[in-house]
Write a protein that binds this ligand. Structure first.
Ligand code: ADP
Ligand code: ZN
Ligand code: ZN
Length: 861
């Protein structure tokens, strides 16, 4: 007796465990760890994943057997199953959700009802039929269909019933809906067949998508036989002979699409049918892969001779690859230092070792340009996975990997789960990007998942960036954290030897003093005018994320911040006060600036639309392409806008942080950042880091080719270290200063965070729940001797901030509160946070309280 332990697709906390099912005789040897199965669950059939196989069960109930096996090749491998277990523990997430995060949506099957002929009834009635000789049923039907009705019925009803049965059997699975439509007059008969058990209703898991097939033609006989048949072909069949001769000639390309043969030779389907009747050819449906890049030509590229810097880095990585043990590298290389060439050549090495590679890039940089570099080097061995592909295309790219037809997967975050068998290398380009963190459950970080997957497989991880995240850089430098301690590799110069662009900081306070109240400084205004004149292009960045507004003095740059948390206070119009979103501190908006006494203190925030209007006023007739959430909601709009800009259909590309990344336009010689402050004053402890990264990225857009580039960064706090160091392309000084701040205030990388968000329709109940939760968490941590302020420099500590109203205080008719857990050391903080959440949900059962846990959050807004 073999038992399969199955995680079922019923995402609820009571069902977040293994269920035991019998493996039926017929599926022994087929059901494996990683198999997707349909299993009975209550009165339903649900999808599930086999996570282990055992010889015995602890269940005292009678076990039900697995209903069906959904794929011949399991969609998940045992190591991905193990990885899912690790993820659900680390991110406090339901196991079924982590498993489903690993497979394409096309495989998220749902149960469908269908009608079939009841096999038991069939046999029974057949047996009875041989007994009851006086049956009115013709014998021929007994034999061929083995279905029988004892009832003496009029012939017409009888005939229809049998037709229905035969039809259902020929289709194997047909929905009730379909059957009803086919026999609209005979609903009563169908009902009766169901009631008497001749037909039955079953459930089966149906995938959202099917494989695509193509009607194809092939020779049904060997080549010699075909040639012999051709030699003495009847004189009448001239057209048939032509087809046969063509197929023989093309024999190495068979099977081929029927359509092609028909149109190529100008013959009719009847001609081919004639050959089929003679037994010379077969027509069949052959599975095809939908290739999203079909018909596109990628110019093949050869490995470039590496520069000295690249060579040194390449050597280190390859040594580790050759050891076949886990290795993590942080490749810090300035924009244009040639990181991609290093990726390509290390992938080459992995392929030579008969291993495979995954390349993760931020969704937004998955532009045709990026794909081209990988396809150009590795051709058809590359599978591309991103959200702009259709569901079917994505499924086919995934299958290419699962079936061993691809060796390199290039994709966004979820490509980290590409089902390779012998993974050698995982590359994460722009590793600092927040989009590697998934914001829905499971709230995983692809970087951490990659490191764990590499550990399982003895693979190498390369984290590449011009502006590494604090977490990665700190871990690499200190080498203290053994779970994740990358080796630092540096490439400080550009591969082609051209200079990084000159960055000018413009002090907007001076502009105001000199009477310029416009959002454009005189220098930037002049720069844009010159570009329009010369026919060169400008990129303008306005970083405005979400709703956030802060209070700032336009005379001196003073920004109101929380005295405890050092993040900027967020302006709340309704109550006319400013609040801290970490700890709840609040104060009223001052009338005059507390620093300089100026009256120019007010809340701040400009939308792209307003900038666009202003541009039209200042530069009549200027052509502007605006790229923000409003103009890019439609599928493909992002690419369309960029294409138009590349074709010089506009003078200015204006946008949010979307415009900062991965773009490469030869005629862009000016980049303007309208207010660096709006990034700097986000209520987020990473604001300075984000500002530095953004400015470095956007500056890298200018002057990448022959024409030299120029960058203007406008700011009311031009002396801020993130702006000063970004303007000098000085990562090392920036990081030193930033780490100092993080240490004083105890933020990552000096501790870790967990964000717990509560939501409910009723505010009083929600507040009570959030307060209970925080109290319980503190109590529990206190009992374990772990509660303590993190600034005491203790090794093990946990601290709770809040609860406070979430920045998005109401969403979809539910109020939201949150608390932030800071912790450090050798304690199971996630386990504690999760256990108390489960307990609370139980206490508030039936009251619809939701508690969401975000481990290592990237978005604290
Ligand atoms: P990064 O990914 O670090 O921003 P890229 O890989 O885009 O840098 O390289 C920048 C430019 O330098 C590209 O045009 C690339 O073709 C070129 N390049 C990179 N490595 C070499 C090399 N070894 N020899 C010549 N050109 C190179
Ligand atoms: Zn002031
Ligand atoms: Zn605070």
């Amino acid at each position: 007796m073999k038992i399969a332990k199955v995680i079922v697709d019923v995402p609820a906390k009571d069902t977040d465990r293994e269920f035991d099912y019998l493996i039926p005789e017929s599926l022994l040897g087929w059901v494996e760890v990683g198999s997707r199965v349909g299993v009975p669950f209550g009165h339903r059939t649900v999808q599930g994943f086999v996570i282990s196989i055992a010889d015995h069960t602890n269940t005292t109930f009678k076990l039900k057997p697995i209903g069906e096996l959904l794929d011949l090749v399991p969609p998940l491998s045992p190591d991905l199953i193990e990885l899912a277990g690790w993820m659900s523990k680390r991110y406090a997430s339901n196991r079924i959700l982590t498993l489903q995060a690993m497979i394409p949506t096309a495989l998220k099957g749902k149960a469908k009802r269908y009608i079939s002929v009841n096999s038991e009834t069939q046999e029974q009635s057949a047996a009875e039929s041989t007994k009851s000789k006086d049956s009115s049923v013709p014998r021929s039907i007994h034999k061929t269909d083995s279905v029988l009705f004892d009832l003496p019925e009029d012939n017409e009803t009888f005939k229809v019933k049998n037709e229905i049965i035969r039809y259902v059997r020929s289709k194997e699975q047909v929905t009730l809906d379909h059957l009803g439509k086919r026999y609209p007059e005979d609903a009563d008969l169908i009902k009766e067949l169901l009631r008497t058990g001749v037909l039955q209703e079953n459930q089966s898991i149906k995938d959202k998508l099917q494989k695509k097939t193509l009607r194809s033609i092939d020779l049904a006989v060997s080549l010699e036989e075909a040639e012999a048949a051709l030699a003495d072909f009847p004189a009448k069949g001239k057209r048939q002979k032509e087809v046969l001769s063509y197929l023989i000639e093309m024999s190495s390309f068979l099977p081929m699409a029927l359509k092609e043969v028909l149109s190529g030779l100008q013959v009719s389907a009847g001609t081919v049918k004639g050959l089929e009747d003679k037994g010379l050819v077969v027509l069949e449906d052959v599975e095809v892969f939908r290739d999203p890049y079909k018909g596109r030509h990628f110019t093949p590229t050869q490995p470039l001779p590496l520069t000295l810097e690249q060579q040194a880095v390449y050597q280190k990585i390859v040594e580790k690859l050759d050891e076949r043990k886990q290795g993590v590298f942080l490749l810090h290389g300035v924009t244009g230092s040639g990181k991609t060439e290093v990726y390509l050549q290390t992938i080459q090495r992995a392929i030579e070792q008969d291993r495979q590679a995954i390349v993760l890039v931020p969704e937004i940089s998955l532009t045709p340009q990026m794909v081209e570099r990988f396809k150009g080097r590795f051709g058809d061995q590359v599978a591309v996975m991103h959200s702009r592909l259709s569901g079917g295309e994505r499924y086919d790219e995934w299958r290419k990997i699962r079936e061993g037809k691809a060796k390199v997967a290039v994709g966004a975050r979820s490509a980290v789960f590409a089902p390779f068998e012998h993974l050698g290398l995982i590359i994460i380009d722009e590793e600092h990007e927040t989009s590697y963190k998934q914001e829905e459950t499971p709230k995983y970080h692809a970087r951490d998942v990659a490191v764990e997957r590499a550990r399982q497989q003895g693979a190498v991880v390369i984290l590449g960036s011009a502006t590494p995240s604090m977490e990665s850089y700190y871990a690499a430098r200190s080498q203290s954290n053994d779970e994740f301690a990358p080796v630092l590799l540096e490439m400080p110069t550009r591969a082609l030897g051209n200079e990084l662009p000159v960055v000018h900081i413009v002090d907007m306070r001076e502009e105001l003093k000199d009477g310029n109240r416009s959002m454009f400084s005189r220098a930037l205004h002049k720069g844009i005018a010159e570009r329009i004149e010369k026919g060169e292009q400008t990129v303008l960045l306005l970083n405005r994320r979400g709703y956030s507004t802060f209070v700032m003095c336009r005379s001196c740059g003073y920004v109101a911040t929380c005295p405890e948390c050092d993040i900027s206070l967020t302006y709340h119009q309704r109550s006319n006060n400013m609040r801290c979103h970490y700890c709840g501190y609040a104060e009223v908006v001052p009338e005059v600036c507390p620093d300089c006494g100026s009256e120019h203190i007010r809340y701040f925030g400009t939308g792209t639309q307003r900038v666009e209007e202003e541009l039209a006023k200042l530069f009549p007739g200027v052509r502007v392409i605006r790229m923000d959430v409003d103009t890019t909601t439609e599928k493909g709009s992002h690419e369309k806008l960029l294409k138009a800009f590349r074709e010089k259909k506009a003078d200015i590309l204006l946008g949010t942080q979307m415009v900062a990344k991965g773009l490469d336009f030869p005629d862009v010689t000016l980049v303007g950042v309208i207010t660096a402050d709006s990034a700097l004053n986000l209520p987020d402890f990473r604001a300075a880091e984000k500002t530095f990264q953004l400015l470095t990225q956007v500056a890298g857009r200018a002057g990448r080719h022959q024409l030299p580039g120029e960058v203007f960064v406008q700011s009311y706090t031009p002396e801020h270290y993130s702006i000063v160091h970004a303007s000098k392309h000085d990562f090392n000084h920036f990081i030193r200063e930033e780490l100092k701040h993080r240490k004083i205030l105890q933020y990552p990388p000096y501790c870790r965070l967990i964000l717990v968000t509560f939501s409910h329709e009723q505010l009083p109940l929600l507040v009570r729940a959030a307060e209970n939760y925080t109290r319980m968490l503190k109590e529990q941590a206190g009992k374990r001797g772990q509660l303590g302020s993190l600034d005491k420099f203790s090794a093990d500590a946990l601290d709770v901030l809040g609860p406070v109203a979430s920045p998005m205080a109401r969403l979809k008719n539910r109020y939201r509160f949150q608390c932030m857990v800071k912790w450090r050391g050798d304690i199971d903080a996630t386990g504690l946070v999760r256990d108390i959440a489960r307990q609370m949900e139980q206490d508030f059962q039936g009251k619809d309280l939701l508690i969401s846990i975000d481990v290592d959050p990237q978005m604290l807004m």
